[in-house]
Design a protein around this ligand. Structure first.
Ligand SMILES: Cc1cc2nc3c(=O)[nH]c(=O)nc-3n(C[C@H](O)[C@H](O)[C@H](O)COP(=O)(O)OP(=O)(O)OC[C@H]3O[C@@H](n4cnc5c(N)ncnc54)[C@H](O)[C@@H]3O)c2cc1C
Ligand SMILES: *[C@@H]1O[C@H](CO)[C@@H](O)[C@H](O)[C@H]1NC(C)=O
Ligand SMILES: *[C@@H]1O[C@H](CO)[C@@H](O)[C@H](O)[C@H]1NC(C)=O
Ligand SMILES: *[C@@H]1O[C@H](CO)[C@@H](O)[C@H](O)[C@H]1NC(C)=O
Ligand SMILES: *[C@@H]1O[C@H](CO)[C@@H](O)[C@H](O)[C@H]1NC(C)=O
Ligand SMILES: *[C@@H]1O[C@H](CO)[C@@H](O)[C@H](O)[C@H]1NC(C)=O
Ligand SMILES: *[C@@H]1O[C@H](CO)[C@@H](O)[C@H](O)[C@H]1NC(C)=O
Ligand SMILES: *[C@@H]1O[C@H](CO)[C@@H](O)[C@H](O)[C@H]1NC(C)=O
Length: 614
């Protein structure tokens, strides 16, 4: 097997010698008229900005509310191990909170969203999963556009990402002799058999297999052999068929976080036809006239704070809204595109009456379980022992290796279906997109993971298994709470609010328990944790899920295809405006959502280029 090698260092050399187009104040912008104005330099927006500005004859403006991703003042978000602390309470995050969740004992939930270049790809947990082929085929059906099928998206699946060596992986050296340089293999972790190179392209977003071995890896793999019918091994979950247990792929290269900012935006900041404005929030879109009998929305208004002056820019071709599944509907509503009754109660004039804007929010509910284990090598040591954490940090700083270079969440994931003969199918209809789509996901974590501070241990090693319902039927909303764009919207992901979602969660938790009851865990697992011990009956699992359930941070569907946008992602009943981000999915993909967003953004870039080619 020949591993993919990246040529990114060359891009960095080019970038450093060139003109910066990153601005921190609206007065610095080089124009007020651009061909494209992209709202949000997040996961989708950064990819779009990069692809659209490839054509040197078009001018692109990207407006981002958050800050640069290069700050290391609070927490170095480039360190993979820091992923879980890069969220609420840091200046990289919007610090949203949901309304009380009726099915989670009526508690509110923190609802993190990246507020930084690269958006949530800069603050997420790095897991790289594409979902099931059936998910994309269902999107194509809803969109009435065959271009969205898994098979037809193949070029975009290969175009956005590449697979590179793990931090502990294939170590190469550039040996030069006689004026020639040659890459020579030296040592490392052999990732052959941990992914299928046929499913990985050579795009800018670099991904890799786990970069640091953990004590549970061999036990997870052994369980796929002792219980192969229920938990089969899958060499590559990103082939369109994610079913089974496989090695986690993460947006990590050279032991460092890869995001839409590092992969797409950073390397092109020298382009003179691209302006990137940070620390500036789009407050609304402005109707600039009428085109083809429809209101034309090619204007954007923006400001640096609630009290600072409003500025404007206009797009000759299109405005593209990529503010994410919370802020995209918020901006549409602030612009008079939404439910007439709700808008008029806030004094906003309705231009397009569409009750679906912000509605149908879908997210993946999440429940963690823990077991105490007979090991002192789990990542828990870094919470108890400052010297161990300092040594791991030093190693990361020294050569980007060691425990801090890897995804702390999981070295293995499982995507699984509930068998057809399970009794729950007598009660419920299957909501998955097809036979390759899982009903639930479980992840195997080398540390104590909980959504609560209650009963949190201060010593000992732990295995956590986290469970997720992948095709939920719960639907929530994003609504305006005020007409002030700087006030947060009301967010209700309605987690675990249907009997179906709870029934699947119960099955997922029981599957996790069967997994750790298998013989490879004998002598390793000591006992269930104090917190998750009361999960022995269906009733106690339900009670525990209500107490510890939370979000997986995968909001989607708030400006979805078929209801708010057309199959080509243009906003219904207006012209000059498109939505490209996680809001467009009519059903949340059976995946952690960043890869689906990159895939959508890559195709959207081609749809946009094609719409203006003449
Ligand atoms: C804590 C956490 C962990 C996650 N872990 C994973 C994971 O491990 N794997 C995975 O695949 N997915 C994960 N996700 C989800 C995934 O990262 C997101 O689904 C995806 O990045 C969303 O992309 P997007 O383009 O829709 O939005 P974003 O990437 O959030 O981009 C939206 C951008 O718009 C900006 N913006 C918003 N409003 C305005 C405005 N009015 N004006 C200007 N700019 C604005 C935002 O600041 C942001 O930069 C995680 C999410 C969270 C929160
Ligand atoms: C985040 O929101 C909480 C309330 O939900 C608030 O107490 C806290 O101060 C906020 N943090 C920041 C950094 O804004
Ligand atoms: C890597 O492992 C594969 C089998 O898993 C083996 O065929 C191959 O020879 C190994 N490569 C090296 C360089 O050791
Ligand atoms: C961050 O730093 C890198 C390396 O110095 C640089 O290439 C990149 O352009 C910077 N990004 C921003 C947004 O300043
Ligand atoms: C970790 O466990 C091993 C084996 O039980 C033991 O030999 C070692 O001393 C322990 N290390 C620490 C730091 O406790
Ligand atoms: C990185 O540094 C550590 C020591 O801090 C060393 O053990 C390891 O071999 C180094 N790895 C590489 C690839 O240089
Ligand atoms: C990888 O990290 C090392 C520091 O450990 C750095 O010297 C090197 O430039 C990095 N390589 C790339 C391609 O970013
Ligand atoms: C919504 O607005 C009300 C009234 O201004 C305020 O009290 C409440 O805190 C707001 N809710 C959120 C989630 O911001």
């Amino acid at each position: 097997m020949i591993p993919t090698l990246s040529l990114l260092p060359l891009f960095f050399l080019l970038a450093k010698s060139a003109v910066a187009s990153l601005f921190t104040h609206p007065s610095q912008l080089r124009s007020t008229t651009y061909d494209y104005v992209v709202v949000g330099a997040g996961t989708a927006g950064s990819a779009l900005a990069s692809r659209l500005s490839e054509d040197r004859h078009v001018r692109v403006l990207v407006i981002e509310a958050g800050r640069s991703d290069n700050g290391t003042d609070v927490v170095n978000i480039r360190i993979p191990f820091n992923a879980p602390i890069a969220t609420p309470g840091t200046p990289f995050d919007w610090n949203y909170t949901t309304v009380n969740q009726g099915s989670l004992n009526n508690q509110p939930e923190a609802y993190p969203r990246g507020k930084v270049l690269g958006g949530t790809s800069t603050t997420n947990y790095l897991v790289y999963t594409r979902g099931a082929s059936n998910d994309y085929d269902r999107l194509a059906t809803v969109a009435g556009d065959d271009g969205w099928t898994w098979d037809n998206l193949h070029p975009y699946i290969m175009k956005h990402s590449s697979f590179v060596a793990s931090a502990d992986g294939w170590i190469f050296a550039l040996i030069s002799y006689g004026g020639h340089a040659k890459l020579t293999f030296i040592a490392g972790h052999n990732t052959s058999g941990q992914f299928d190179p046929a499913w990985h392209g050579n795009g800018p977003l670099r991904t890799s297999a786990p970069g640091f071995p953990t004590v549970i890896d061999s036990r997870v793999m052994a369980t796929t052999q002792t219980l192969p019918d229920e938990f089969p091994f899958n060499v590559d979950m990103n082939s369109g068929n994610p079913l089974g247990i496989g090695w986690t792929q993460s947006t990590i290269a050279n032991g460092t976080r890869q995001s839409a900012a590092t992969a797409y935006l950073g390397p092109i900041l020298f382009r003179s036809n691209l302006d990137v404005l940070i620390n500036t929030q789009v407050t609304r879109l402005i109707q600039t006239g009428r085109a083809g009998g429809k209101p034309d929305f090619r204007g954007v208004e923006f400001a640096q704070s609630a009290t600072s002056p409003r500025h404007r820019a206009t797009a000759r071709r299109e405005v593209i809204l990529s503010a994410g599944a919370v802020a995209t509907p918020q901006v549409l509503l602030l612009s008079g595109i939404g439910d007439r009754g709700a808008l008029s109660r806030l004094g906003i004039r309705t231009i397009i009456d569409n009750p679906h804007v912000g509605n149908h929010l879908q997210d993946h509910p999440f429940v963690p379980l823990q077991w105490e284990v007979n090991s002192n090598e789990t990542f828990d040591q870094f919470s108890y022992n400052p010297d161990a954490a300092a040594a791991a940090l030093d190693q990361w700083k020294y050569n980007h290796t060691g425990p801090f270079s890897t995804n702390p969440i999981a070295n293995h994931l499982a995507f699984l279906r509930i068998p057809e003969n399970n009794l729950i199918w007598e009660q419920f209809e299957d909501t998955s997109s097809g036979p390759h789509a899982p009903h639930y996901e479980i992840a195997f974590d080398n540390l104590y993971i909980s959504t609560s501070m209650e009963n949190r241990p201060t010593s000992g090693g732990f295995l956590s298994v986290t469970t997720i319902v992948t095709s939920p039927t719960s639907r929530g909303y994003v609504k305006l709470n005020s007409s002030n764009p700087f006030d947060p919207p009301l967010i209700d992901p309605a987690l675990l609010s249907t009997d179906y979602d709870m029934a699947i969660m119960v099955e997922a938790i029981r599957a996790a328990q069967r997994f750790v009851d298998a013989s490879p865990w004998d002598g390793f697992i000591i006992s269930p944790s104090v917190d998750s011990a009361q999960t022995t009956t269906i009733d106690s699992i339900v009670e525990y899920s209500r107490r510890r359930g939370a979000t997986s941070d995968h909001p989607t569907g708030t400006a979805q295809v078929g209801k708010v946008v057309n199959g080509d992602l243009t906003v219904k009943d207006v012209s000059g405006l498109r939505v490209v981000d996680a809001s467009i999915f009519p059903y949340v993909p059976t995946a952690h959502t960043q890869a689906p967003v990159y895939i959508v953004a890559e195709r959207a870039a081609d749809l946009i280029k094609a719409a203006h080619r003449n």
